[in-house]
Design a binder for this molecule. Structure first.
Ligand SMILES: Cc1cc2nc3c(=O)[nH]c(=O)nc-3n(C[C@H](O)[C@H](O)[C@H](O)COP(=O)(O)OP(=O)(O)OC[C@H]3O[C@@H](n4cnc5c(N)ncnc54)[C@H](O)[C@@H]3O)c2cc1C
Length: 617
């Protein structure tokens, strides 16, 4: 058996698969060691990719040449663009996926890569002499110049359901034993985090007449910029609610939950609380929303999003039975919580290489993040940088103004995190610029230079971009008379301008959309046949011009006022427009300067803007 490789990736989750694919595509002989090759890129929790800020990350991964977007498209059962009632900067793609297809399609793509090798085993030791030595449970040793560790929720993983507790990296999978201790010997420090998942139910036992149906978009988009085929059939999701009766069951059994009985010490994801946590913390609420999400095309199993729990199975069942849609619900798999080791990410450099051991990279949940998208993004970056390391070329580091991926890694490295970190648009100071629609413009040139994006994909993007630029130029230099404006429906309802205006001036009005302009007859008007995605880009860029300037000014202010003193008696809890997490962190830490406030993990860019206004700037 071959034992010598350029790069070894430990762990075949979302981070590991992206890392292995990137390193192998770039030409490094790469070995992916994972505990179970049947669970590559398994969706441990809900089978969905994207969502607010996360959808932008997946599009960025795709633009850089990663696989997550393409695999998502190949396994999508429902697509929705979220937040379309808000401005385009907030639009976020989300896809419900077939859990089984996602894993299988990912594996197929990985197996097609010439330089990628696989081995099913548990890595138990990492040592470094001239090279890295990776020891495994089956007694093998593998050697490489660089290692990417992506162990997810598996390091000393401990599963909790009620008072029951047993070792596991995920339900029905063993924990990873040995790596934490091996890393401690190298001088790293670790801590514990926890996360949880809801029960899965047999859909034929649900009364769907007691739910609201939620269809996918009429014109579903895709994640990958290179996808041609559109989804023609979709599966719906459903919405229902908990009620007081189910809350009573949960309240009466609170002390049986692993979160409340003291069995769990790790900190869980603030934005994904368990149902018992919600019932306890928001005692005045008489219902909580739940989404019933299908797990695939060919399965009867559904995921109960919003009902994550580590209560005993019987209590989960009893609480569900109180809800009209679930009066006869049959649980296939109970919800559970899991605790695991993570390594505080301040031990890393911006290229995701550890500060202590050269050539060793960490990516994914091991760095204190939560979510497939966050993990995949780090995996891609770590895979690229491990390859660059052994070729002694410059690391790929994305700026905060370039990508959510840049924000994610910079936040982790400079601020650290003591609770599971997930991406939000509010974490990015350039969020109007970091949109899902322009991820290709922002990052395809980078992916192309790396060698992960093909010439034809890059050329297509460049052609589209040139069309967008020409269209914007046309709209800026051509004017429309007040008489013609009558044909533009929204203008008709608003006050009609008295003078001729450029098309772009009109389009910058929130009520006017690009299709409205096509009612104005112009012989030379060459744009109405353009692809919808190009027209959308034109409209977005024109509408955002002014806002983007202001966004840049705000960022300048953040830099300018770093030394600004903050009074010590501020009652942060009284601020309406600071997030709950921001209030808590600012109150606890009481930063002395604005620069110190900027370094606190969980204090978002919008919290900082509010604080700056309060400070009179
Ligand atoms: C119960 C549960 C609930 C979750 N809930 C949410 C949620 O609500 N929202 C959310 O965004 N995310 C949630 N997640 C997190 C999400 O699954 C992860 O963020 C994401 O999968 C992390 O990707 P990863 O690649 O870092 O690790 P994982 O996907 O966990 O993959 C790790 C891989 O490494 C392998 N491995 C581990 N150790 C070794 C070793 N020593 N040797 C060889 N192979 C090894 C494992 O077999 C596995 O394949 C949840 C996860 C779990 C388990």
């Amino acid at each position: 058996m071959e034992t010598k490789f350029d790069i070894i990736v430990i762990g075949g989750g979302h981070a590991g698969c992206e890392a292995a694919a990137a390193a192998a595509k770039l030409g490094s002989r790469t070995l992916l060691i994972s505990m179970n090759l049947e669970t590559l890129a398994k969706m441990s929790c809900n089978p969905a990719m994207g969502g607010v800020a996360k959808g932008q990350i997946v599009r960025e991964i795709d633009a850089l040449g990663g696989l997550s977007g393409q695999v998502t498209d190949s396994a999508t059962i429902q697509f929705r663009m979220l937040n379309t009632k808000k401005g385009p900067a907030m639009w976020s793609p989300r896809a419900q996926c077939d859990r089984f297809q996602f894993s299988a399609n990912y594996r197929k793509r990985l197996e097609e890569l010439e330089h990628l090798h696989f081995f099913q085993d548990m890595a138990t030791t990492i040592t470094k002499k001239k090279q890295f030595h990776i020891g495994t449970q089956m007694g093998y040793t593998f050697y490489s110049s660089s290692v990417v560790l992506t162990s997810g929720t598996f390091l000393n993983g401990s599963i909790h359901i009620g008072k029951d507790q047993y070792g596991g990296g995920r339900m029905s999978e063993r924990p990873s034993i040995g790596i934490t201790e091996s890393l401690h010997r190298l001088g790293f420090s670790s801590a514990r985090m926890k996360t949880g998942t809801p029960p899965r139910i047999l859909s034929s036992t649900i009364d769907f007449s007691q739910t609201d149906i939620q269809h996918g978009d009429k014109n579903p988009k895709s994640f990958s910029f290179q996808r041609q085929k559109r989804l023609s059939v979709q599966r719906p999701c459903y919405i229902t609610y908990t009620n007081n009766e189910s809350h009573n069951v949960i309240r009466e059994n609170l002390e049986k939950s692993a979160i409340f009985n003291g069995n769990i010490e790790g900190i869980g994801p603030r934005y994904c609380p368990s149902i018992e946590d919600k019932v306890n913390r928001f005692a005045d609420k008489d219902r909580h929303q739940m989404f019933i999400e299908p797990e695939g095309w060919n399965t009867n199993e559904v995921y109960i999003n919003g009902f994550s729990s580590s209560l005993p199975k019987e209590t989960q069942q009893e609480a569900l039975l109180k809800i009209p849609a679930f009066r006869k619900a049959q649980i296939l798999r109970p919800g559970y919580a899991i605790e695991y080791d993570y390594f505080p990410p301040t031990q890393l450099k911006h290229n995701l290489e550890t500060k202590l051991v050269e050539g060793l990279f960490f990516a994914g949940q091991i760095n204190g993040t939560t979510g497939y998208e966050e993990a995949a993004a780090q995996g891609l970056m770590a895979g690229v940088n491990a390859h660059h390391k052994i070729r002694q070329s410059e690391s790929l580091i994305l700026g905060r103004d370039q990508a959510y991926i840049g924000v994610l890694i910079d936040d982790l490295i400079t601020k650290g995190t003591d609770e599971p970190y997930r991406m939000f648009t509010s974490r990015a100071e350039y969020r109007l610029h970091l949109r899902q629609d322009n991820a290709d413009e922002r990052l395809m040139p980078v992916g192309y230079d790396l060698g992960l994006i093909t010439q034809s994909a890059f050329q297509q993007m460049a052609n589209d971009q040139s069309t967008v630029t020409k269209t914007i130029q046309y709209f800026s230099s051509h004017h429309i008379k007040p008489s013609e404006m009558q044909k533009i429906e929204p203008i008709d309802k608003l006050a009609t301008p008295k003078h001729a205006l450029s098309f772009s001036k009109l389009l910058s009005r929130p009520q006017v959309h690009i299709q409205d302009l096509f009612n104005v007859e112009r012989e030379e008007f060459p744009f109405s046949n353009l692809d919808a995605s190009i027209l959308q880009k034109v409209e977005t860029q024109i509408k955002y011009q002014g806002y983007l300037r202001r966004e840049a000014e705000t960022v300048d202010k953040f830099i300018q006022f770093k030394e600004l003193n903050i009074p010590q008696n501020i009652d942060y809890k009284s601020f309406m427009s600071i997030s709950t997490e921001g209030k808590q962190k600012l109150s606890d830490i009481q930063p002395k300067t604005f620069g110190e406030a900027q370094k606190i993990s969980g204090v978002s860019q919008s919290d900082l803007s509010t604080l700056l206004i309060y400070l009179g700037r």
